[in-house]
Write a protein that binds this ligand. Structure first.
Ligand SMILES: Nc1ncnc2c1ncn2[C@@H]1O[C@H](COP(=O)(O)OP(=O)(O)O)[C@@H](O)[C@H]1O
Ligand SMILES: [Mg+2]
Length: 345
């Protein structure tokens, strides 16, 4: 339904998009996830023909954004980041205005507005001024105007931002409902949101796509699990347990955690790949003759995956930096000691 190829957008020297390519299939709800400034809005504006890319091309429902902007726009319902609602208008007036803009008049316009109002449950407020509506209801009005021409594609720029949790849940349900027979792209900087709403996620960072996957696979692929191991014993046993766990093949790191339980020790075992180490940990307990009280596999959250991908700040690089700092400190200490010594002399 949508194909973007090698999109580049420059604002003067500033690269908003560096090289963005992706496809969206019919019926998919695609999440565009990334921090502020990543290039989400820019991509959406290109797909809706509000701005032209500096380089690259895109087609929407078979229409090229350069050659057939009218075809593109009639295929798309667009909810911009800040909806330009005419707040002094009544809801119905606004929807009539938007329907007219789309070229619908009289009975045809009324029929389409009625449908859009039903789909977004706006029946009770059509006679209300937009400025008197809550943010959640304004967002529904924005969705209704995007639906008036019954487009097969919806592009929603941060549709849940600024809503309280209840309003966000309502809009999310609504998007899922209207997304059943439509292709939807929505942007967000909220991970929890894509996890519940989207079939597929593109993570954008600094004008590039850094991941393309479904939310579950993304976590599986990038997020290693960790294993929380609770064993019977006191501090004097810690060494022995730790040594047994260290011997398991595939273990990267073990750290001892705090617990307020007497005679219990807690360790976190981190593997160096995606392997499930639970069976190995169990066997190590039997072989090492310590009693396993708990063994839990914990998946890294998608938010950690997101941070890693978008900041380049992986655990590994954080550890490297910590090592470098320690080396630095040690060198300073050494120098200070040497200086003190030479002064004595
Ligand atoms: N009209 C503009 N002029 C100059 N820079 C812009 C303009 N619009 C966006 N940018 C820059 O392009 C980058 C991407 O912006 P945007 O697409 O709005 O990101 P997002 O929607 O992911 O927050 C940002 O660094 C932003 O400052
Ligand atoms: Mg934006």
């Amino acid at each position: 339904m949508i194909e973007a190829k090698d999109l580049v957008k420059r604002y003067g020297p500033k690269h908003a998009l560096r090289n963005v390519s992706f496809e969206v299939n019919r019926g998919e709800v695609l999440g565009f996830l990334g921090p502020n400034g990543a290039g989400k809005t820019t991509t959406m504006k290109i797909l809706t023909c509000f701005i032209a890319p500096t380089e690259g091309s895109a087609t929407v429902n078979g229409c090229d954004v350069f050659d057939d902007p009218i075809g593109v726009r009639s295929s798309i319902g667009y909810l911009p980041e800040s909806t330009p609602l005419y707040t002094e208008m009544l809801v119905l007036e606004y929807l009539e205005f938007m329907a007219n803009m789309r070229g619908f008049k009289g009975g045809e316009a009324r029929k389409r507005i009625k449908l859009a109002v039903e789909q977004t449950s706006l029946e009770d407020v059509i006679g209300t001024e937009i400025r008197a509506l809550s943010k959640g209801f304004r967002q529904r009005v924005g969705l209704a105007q995007a639906l008036v021409h019954e487009p097969p594609i919806l592009i929603l720029d941060e549709p849940m931002s600024g809503l309280d949790p209840n309003q966000a849940a309502e809009i999310r349900d609504l998007i899922r409902e209207i997304g059943r027979e439509r292709t939807v792209i929505l942007s967000t900087h909220d991970l929890a949101e894509v996890q519940v709403t989207c079939d597929r996620v593109l993570i954008v960072s600094d004008g590039r796509i850094v991941a393309d996957d479904n939310p579950e696979e993304l976590r599986e692929r990038t997020g290693k699990s960790r294993f929380v191991v609770t064993v019977a014993g006191s501090d004097k046993d810690a060494r022995k347990v730790r040594d047994s766990l260290t011997e398991i093949r595939g273990v990267d790191r073990i750290s001892q955690g705090k617990t307020d339980q007497k005679d219990e020790l807690v360790f976190t075992v981190r593997p160096n790949n995606n392997k499930d180490l639970r069976a190995e940990i169990f066997r190590a307990a039997v072989a090492g003759d310590f009693t396993l009280l708990g063994l839990e596999k914990k998946a890294e959250g998608l938010d950690k995956v997101f941070r890693d991908l978008t900041t380049g700040d992986t655990e590994e690089s954080a550890r490297d930096r910590a090592k470098a700092r320690k080396k630095d400190r040690d060198a300073k200490k050494k120098k200070a000691a040497a200086d003190a010594k030479s002064e004595e002399e």
